[in-house]
Write a protein that binds this ligand. Sequence first.
Ligand code: SF4
Length: 999
Amino acid sequence: MNNGDTKPNGLTTSRRDFLKVLGVAGAGAATVSCGPPDVGDKLIPYLVPPDDIVPGTNVTYSTILAHAGPEPVGVHAKVRDGRVIKLEGNPEFPNRGALSALAQSSLQDLYDPDRVQGPREKVSGEWSESTWEDAVKAAAAAVGAGRTLLLTPPATGTAAKFLAEWAETMGVEWISWEPFGYEAMRAANEIAFGRPEIPSYDLAAADHVVSFGADFQATWLAPIQLARQFADARAIEDGEAPARLTFVGPRLSLTGTNADTWLPAGAGSEASVALAVAREVAQRRGGGEAARVRDLLAPFTADAVAEASGISAEKITTLGRQLAEAASPVALPPDTSGQGVYATEVHLAVTILNYVMGAIGTTVQFGSGPVRGSSASYADMRALTARLREGEFRTVVTAGVNPVYALPAASGFAAALADVANHISLSSHVDETAAAAGWILASSHELESWGDVEIAPGTFGLQQPVMRPVFDTRQREDILLAIAVAAGRDPGVESYGAYLQSAWQDVGGADFEGWWYGTLSDGTPVRRPSVGAPAEAAPPLSAAAANHSFTLPAADDGLSLVLYPTAQFYDGRGANRSWMQELPDAVTRAVWNSWVELHPATAEPLGIETGDLVEVSTAAGKVQAPAFVYRGIRPDTIAVPLGQGHTAYGRIAAGRGVHALSLLDGTADPRSGALAYAGTAAEVTAIGQRSGLPIMQGNDTDMGREISELISVDAAMAAQQAHHVDLTELVEAAWDSDPDSPYRWGMTIDLNACNGCGACVTACYAENNLPTVGEDLCAQGREMSWMQIMRYYEETEDEGFQTVHTPVLCQQCGDAPCEPVCPVYAAYHNPEGLNAQVYNRCVGTRYCANNCPYKVRRFNWFTYEHPYPLNLQLNPDVTVRQKGVMEKCTFCVQRINRAKLDAKAEGRPVEDGEIMTACMQTCPTQAIKFGNLKDPASNVSRIAKGPRGYGMLEELNTRPAITYLKSVTYASVAEGHGEHGDGGLDEEVDHQPEVSTHG
Ligand code: SF4
């Protein structure tokens, strides 16, 4: 059992060793096994320091997080003096050293003050503290009282085996479920290939990606992995044409905003578009694959599909031609937002398109896809609801799931659960499901737990606790073991940690200890050799699929509702984290709220503008939220994000935004049982009031100032071919830094790679102790983020638009306008070219912020709180600022100084690539590079000298140390765009602040 007698490197240790690790004496000894050190305790220096702890330096532990977002991620946890302060991606895992914003925010989940801090019993409707002994006894009695259900998230690896064995031993029925369970994908692949699998997609090898609504850079399947793959395919430096991205669907998601072409097919019509495109490809390519589905595709002519989908026949034909000509195309099926009552049909149609294009077995492979564990479908949960209602279960144990929130009220689950005699919750938070329980057995965070996760068939990552539990919690499996013991069963093991080790004994072999500690310490994936016969990567298309008769929806006149998950909240799990609430949405740039997206042509007749309160009503219910008028949505579609509108879960989440699921009547796709998140008939009306919707961007365009630049692929390719990089040429001027300094730090940001995911922004919050300020101060433009991902629209010649996501941070100018205006020299130029900020000199005149053309300086209007235990996450290498002080990015100067100290100790200069800023390290697409501009051959110098490089507002002669690389597109960009000239200074420029509110 994980009761605090283990230390993070996996070694079993004694209480005495623990005292050494914590450096706590006296009263601390009494607290060591049941909570973190009391800050009031007397601290003494290490007399005999533990081997792996050096006070004041980080120790890095490898582990894996299964629930940090849509995909499991390997992480390196930086631990300082017994507490984890930062997470970085583990380069050995498929996330390749990157983490998403949501994964970065796992730390706020770990240190969430709203976590359940110990076992709790509900007495007269109120939670009261209990003991583990009583809680476990009560849970065992409940499980023994009658038929019991255990409901968990999908599990893989040893956890799946453990849960199955526990359920069998206890005579309990175990069901695993998650809201976004890829049911339609599995159902379609069952029809097509007899294999209900999630395949793997290789976007790096693709030259044309067609997304039928898959938001693969934010929330679909494995966004960190897929974003990196697409960035690799999109790179232009290797001389090959970059991959093209076409987006088909009613609303431009984050991924959609990065597409070259948008085909705004109506919700539900994606299948007919896919089949019409497949028909075009088949006609051009011919071949065996095409012949098998010729009859199936025959009715889907471009003309026949045009009307139902709203996509012109010409556009369908063009896409078909492009895909027929592509060497390595791939089509991606819809995500949750495209999941309607025809979800399986759409997935099957996309599969047939992949089949016709020859993608099955090349860019789409079976047998090697992500392992997600089995998940009950929405229809299964409806069936379970009926069983609960009929009184089949005496006891329900919910462990790490929140169905009361994540199933629509129309499913009746919450009401049925309330009628069950005993409800025991194993939860880290009092979320909506735990709130309905009679007992909460406080569960540990993944960072406090043992485990393993199967990331691909036969490939696993080991999970280890990287610190002792913050609160009096236990990991889920250890609680279940304790319940088994209390119920009189002999589980045969003392703890889940021991169970896990025994499960790997066969792989570890004779020297198991050496293998175990070595693997934990290396943080590399491990393979279990016997995983059965290798699966066929390109199974043949079944006759059932080749002769499938598609049932497709007819065009509808009314408004269609689309609900979609966001990168911040996903299924709602990110809603109680202030970093996620304050991370602007990539599409709307809104924070701390929900909104209703509608097209200008829909909004205008109703007199609706962004920020107006509107009511959306469906047959199931109604919600009121501020409007966001958006060009990237069809006029017959409205969209509402998922993940907000909690009634419990914590102080930040509860009561914020709207619960979009209340608009659904619970209709499901009959073939897969997947909940229909798209296609519900809806109405929208104006309420006649303004509503607060803080939008962290003043203008939708850069007003001709060429802040973000976009050029055509042809122009970029031509420039690349004509360009020669001189590795001896310096990109910095003599006055940018001290001539005697060997360093001038600089950065490049590739706008062609950046997709606007915001991971860099959250990593900056975590690394640099940035406070969140809340909704009201955001509405006043007082956010403290050192990075902004500006979302600028660029017009195209066909009256469309392209979006360029542009990270804006302090440019570390060589001639910095902020420096000469500071009356107290708080803003000054350091010898290495950084614009340093001396906090204890700053008197808060804010002249520097006024004089900064980039508007990247942030002023502390207040001393912001980091309530315990969130303060345990603060980086000790970075000052926590107070009221009255100006702050901004300094390229993670603490990391620069650490690298310089290390280099000095070893008598060498800092090497190229040795320093990674927090934003660079976490970026899934590697859009950001950092290094020494004084070295003309460094990676950052080489990239900065490329033909797409430009300095933001360089016409002001600020000599920025950041070089942006222009974004490229296959769309027809306006003539002359992207040719950096006078910055459009002769154009009329609206001098609005960068931040404003529509509220
Ligand atoms: S630069 Fe930032 S917003 Fe852009 S892709 Fe990288 S992490 Fe995401």
